[in-house]
Write a protein that binds this ligand. Structure first.
Ligand code: JFZ
Length: 440
């Protein structure tokens, strides 16, 4: 049944996925790194001996935090331990193919020397352009750079969450001009940037700017061919976010999977998507004292492959400290993930949905170019035999370890097989490659 559709001025610009090479490149990343860094890394989730239980990058909004004191923290921003190349090397070692960097979070502090505000790194004791250093360093490692930008800006005098009076509206016009200037400035300064990751777009004031945001998005896209922008930038004229009033995705990929992963591929309606994930439960910026569960590398690897198996990119967040260092826990996880990626990344890069039903032992992924099908085993059966079911018309031809032996298989019933694993049970997810043939 055809759904009813309304005519929109500012809805989706396109139905279905982008098919151009820049988007194919985005789709092939598999694994990305998110970086949340700003002046919130200085208090690191504490103020005057008190513990802030919220996300560290939100500490300014805490009643215990005097706003004038927070807004002067930049005078202490002097991360002498910051080495952009060390971060980039670590990301490369982990296997990240792209990075998303906070140029400006909700607090408004700019990690680049913006000429439209004095609340930037240029006016801190550090002075140097952090975004420039990171862009160069990641590029040198072959990692594509995406810029995170918060529309919410607690520092700008014209920023409003809602527009209730003519004076608000007037102030907000100044804020819109400022926002446009900053975005154009970023693309001009960092032309290697492959895309923008927008945030802080849920306020009523911004949601009402459908026409402005739509024309700004078009303008930004005209500056860098192939620029990738997700669904979290603009709303349609009815205030619908991510999906317009017809249910069609706004932007290039669904950007709503924040610390959560869809259960099945049907939920995604064929759209591209990313999942951004924290290592502790909900901390993006540096919090010196993580409470609660901290994810392990095998948990994170499972999340990544699960995303890949449903055509998504997995983006793991890092929150460097106020001195510019990446904490020990994050460094260890990056190394563990990288160790696994060194042997197994062919099941990740440019791999997506294999067209086979999800099974108990783990995830199928399929390389979009070669068509090779991989099995990543997270739940190893106690008998050491992986039970694989295939759809009618397809038969199992061979299964092998990556760069290893062919494994013994047994047809246990029609279109259902045991694969006998060779390596002993352990805590490292194993990847197998499988060849199928047509036939019943
Ligand atoms: C936002 C920020 O507020 C947060 O500090 C962090 O930068 C994160 C990546 O993005 O937080 C969100 C945004 C969207 C959702 C949840 C938290 N969401 O869509 O569920």
């Amino acid at each position: 049944a055809k759904r009813s559709s309304v005519t929109l001025q500012h809805g989706a610009h396109r139905l279905g996925r982008r098919t151009d090479p820049a988007m194919a490149r985005w789709r092939a990343y598999g694994l990305g790194q998110f970086l949340h860094w700003g002046v919130y890394a200085i208090p690191g989730g504490h103020w005057k001996g008190k513990y802030y239980a919220g996300a560290a990058e939100w500490i300014r909004s805490w009643p215990e935090m005097p706003k004038e004191e927070y807004d002067n923290l930049y005078k202490q921003f002097n991360p002498t331990g910051f080495d952009a190349r060390a971060w980039a090397r670590q990301a490369k070692e982990m296997g990240a193919r792209y990075v998303i960097i906070t140029t400006k979070h909700h607090d408004g502090f700019c990690l680049w020397p913006s000429k439209y505000t004095s609340y930037t790194v240029a006016h801190s004791p550090y002075q140097k352009d952090v975004i420039g250093a990171l862009t160069d360093a990641y590029k040198a490692e072959g990692i594509d750079v995406y810029l995170y930008f918060s529309i919410i800006d607690w520092n700008h005098p014209g920023y409003r969450a809602s527009l209730n009076t003519p004076a608000d509206r007037q102030a907000y016009e100044g804020f819109k001009t400022f926002t446009r200037n900053q975005l154009l400035e970023l693309l001009e300064r960092y032309p290697a940037c492959k895309g923008l990751w927008f945030d802080g777009t849920w306020d009523k004031a911004w949601v009402e700017q459908a026409a402005f945001a739509d024309s700004l998005e078009t303008e930004l896209r005209s500056k860098i061919p192939g620029l990738v922008i997700g669904s979290r930038f603009r709303a349609d004229e009815n205030g619908k976010r991510h999906f317009d009033s017809n249910g069609d995705l706004i932007g290039d990929y669904e950007q709503g999977w924040e610390r959560k992963i869809p259960d099945n591929i049907q939920q995604l309606n064929g759209n591209d998507w990313d999942c951004v994930m924290t290592i502790p439960e909900n901390q993006w910026g540096y919090h010196s004292d993580w409470k609660g569960h901290v994810k392990t590398s095998t948990e994170l690897l499972e999340m990544m492959v699960k995303c890949n198996a449903m055509e998504g990119n997995f983006v793991l967040n890092f929150g460097p400290d106020g001195n510019g260092k990446i904490r020990e826990e994050e460094t260890r996880l990056a190394r563990e993930i990288g160790d696994w990626m060194k042997t197994n990344s062919e099941a990740v890069y440019n791999c997506g949905y294999a067209g086979l039903e999800k099974q108990d032992w783990g995830y199928f992924t399929r390389n979009r170019q070669t068509g090779k099908i991989y099995l990543t085993i997270f739940n190893r059966p106690v008998n050491g035999k992986v039970r694989v079911r295939l759809p009618a018309g397809r038969q199992l031809r061979t299964v092998r370890e990556l760069k290893g032996a062919t494994l013994k298989t047994e047809e246990i019933r029609k279109q259902e097989y045991f694969i006998e694993l060779k390596i002993p049970a352990g805590n490292i997810p194993q990847v197998l490659e499988m060849e199928l043939s047509e036939g019943s």
